[in-house]
Design a protein around this ligand. Structure first.
Ligand code: FAD
Length: 437
């Protein structure tokens, strides 16, 4: 039977996917939507709470149906939806690698051709030419890649999340934060059907549907049967001068899959964000005899990560390579074994809907992923998508927790690392006196 539009719907997590879900459900005229989060939007620990994210508009021409369908929905949102459209910057992008193996991998999908607008780049001079003089000053040792002048770029991440939350609130969605928003446990009717959520203030929020969008923290509320591997990446900011900010405008994204990436400095604080590239960090602990990667919040990064950021700068913009960091943090996402999303009703727990498994590429989908989650809730998800995004513990049996999952890093960091191996004095110290998460 059809769910009444005034049914209570509880969304756990006001991060990237939770906000997208709230927006799409409100647009479908549901009138009793509550979104719970420990933090107000933008949540300090959301993977989407970041100045910018990379977005490629064209999916590979040889992609499968699922990749194409979700890419199409995403792109349509960035191009046409007034909530998101102002935050996409079509600046172009340079994608490169250092090793021959990684280069072959990234071009193996057949998308990096001149017919698709990708121009080969292989010398330092060719790389430097992709941006105004004075931006790229490095030698680009061993870099080879491609430059595309449009059809790719970056999105203002935090701003687009805030925009979506504003629109959802305008359409009547309630957002709760603090102890009133921090979900402690799911509430079951008979051990099976989910009836709602108990929050840290002791309140029980009842819902006809409960939607879990807690990102890397989903495991705290539900046994995910090894389908999610919480994995963290690292980001760092450096402060630019007002003069630098002027020439560092409208730049293409520069992304070396084994070194790192940057996008232009943010317009408000003139900070340049750099992510060093690696297959990620887990935080392995034993819990009930099982190995689990347990996320934790921290606004510092390992010193080895800072070194990788500086190495990236040395190769691309050596004039900035020794500038102090102004901000850094670790940032958690969760990989499924095949890096496809997990968007499904739960096969055993009636009325529980899952919107998790963003697998490191979930931000770009903020425009549209909520509509797929809403489709799953309404039991009308396209069967091909439903099959790809299903609850699939059988794919995680005996899971190789060290799998690179299609990612790369520089020599020595080309493996999934473990925060347990990073001692307390091996972290940066910026911001230690500030926000306590
Ligand atoms: P989140 O956005 O993390 O949201 C989870 C929310 O749940 C948070 O707000 C949290 O506060 C809340 N929560 C957790 N526990 C509870 C609880 N018990 N009760 C209530 N609320 C709770 N993707 C791209 O598409 N392009 C990129 O360029 C890109 N770059 C990235 C760079 C980095 C460094 C990282 C870490 C990720 C990047 N991603 C990128 C991936 C993308 O950010 C994530 O896939 C996406 O943001 C995940 O969305 P989510 O909603 O699942 O999780």
């Amino acid at each position: 039977s059809q769910l009444a539009k005034d049914s209570h719907i509880i969304i756990i997590g006001a991060g990237t996917w939770g906000i997208s879900t709230a927006l799409h459900l409100a647009r479908r005229c549901y009138t009793n939507i509550k979104v719970l989060d420990k933090y107000p939007v933008p949540s300090l620990i959301s993977a989407g709470n970041d100045v910018n994210k990379f977005l490629e508009l064209d999916s590979s021409p040889v992609g499968d149906y699922v990749s194409k369908a979700i890419a199409q929905a995403t792109v349509s949102g960035w191009k046409n939806d007034p909530v998101f459209q102002p935050y996409y910057h079509d600046t172009g992008a340079i994608i490169a690698a250092t090793s021959e193996a990684a280069r072959e991998d990234i071009s193996s999908g057949g998308g990096m051709t001149s017919a698709n607008g990708w121009i080969p780049r292989s010398t330092g001079r060719e790389f430097r030419e992709t941006m105004p003089q004075g931006v790229l000053t490095g030698d680009f040792p061993g870099w080879k890649g491609w430059w595309k002048k449009d059809g790719a770029g970056w999105v203002a991440a935090r701003k687009s999340m805030e925009s979506a939350a504003r629109e959802a609130a305008r359409l009547g969605v309630t957002f709760l934060s603090g102890p009133a928003g921090e979900a402690r446990e799911l509430v079951y009717a008979d051990g099976k059907a989910v009836r709602g959520v108990r929050t840290a203030d002791g309140h029980v929020h009842l819902g006809a549907k409960t939607i879990l969008c807690a990102g890397a923290a989903a495991e705290n509320l539900l046994d995910m049967k090894d389908q999610l591997r919480p994995t963290a990446w690292t980001l760092a900011h450096i402060k630019m001068t007002p003069e630098e900010a002027k020439i560092y405008k409208d730049l293409p994204v520069l992304f070396n899959v084994e070194r790192g990436f940057f996008m232009e400095p943010d317009e408000d604080k003139h900070e340049l964000k750099i992510c060093d590239e690696h297959p990620g960090y887990c935080n392995w602990v034993t819990d009930g005899g099982k190995l689990k990667s347990r996320p934790f919040a921290r606004q510092q990064i390992p010193l080895e990560s800072e070194q990788r950021v500086r190495q990236f700068l040395k190769e691309t913009m050596p004039h900035l390579a020794s500038r102090p960091l102004s901000f850094a943090r670790i940032c958690w996402c969760a990989d499924t074994p095949d890096r496809k999303f997990l968007i499904s009703t739960h096969p055993e727990h009636q009325d529980l809907v899952l919107g998790v498994g963003a697998s490191g590429h979930g931000f770009a989908h903020i425009t549209s992923v909520g509509s797929f989650i809403a489709d799953a809730m309404e039991s009308k998800l396209d069967p091909r998508l439903a099959k790809a995004f299903r609850w699939r513990p059988e794919t995680a049996v005996g899971r190789d927790w060290g799998a690179l999952q299609g990612r790369y890093g520089p020599k020595g960091s080309n493996r999934v690392m473990n925060f347990q191996d990073v001692s307390e004095d091996e972290w940066t110290t910026i911001g230690l006196d500030q926000v306590k998460l």
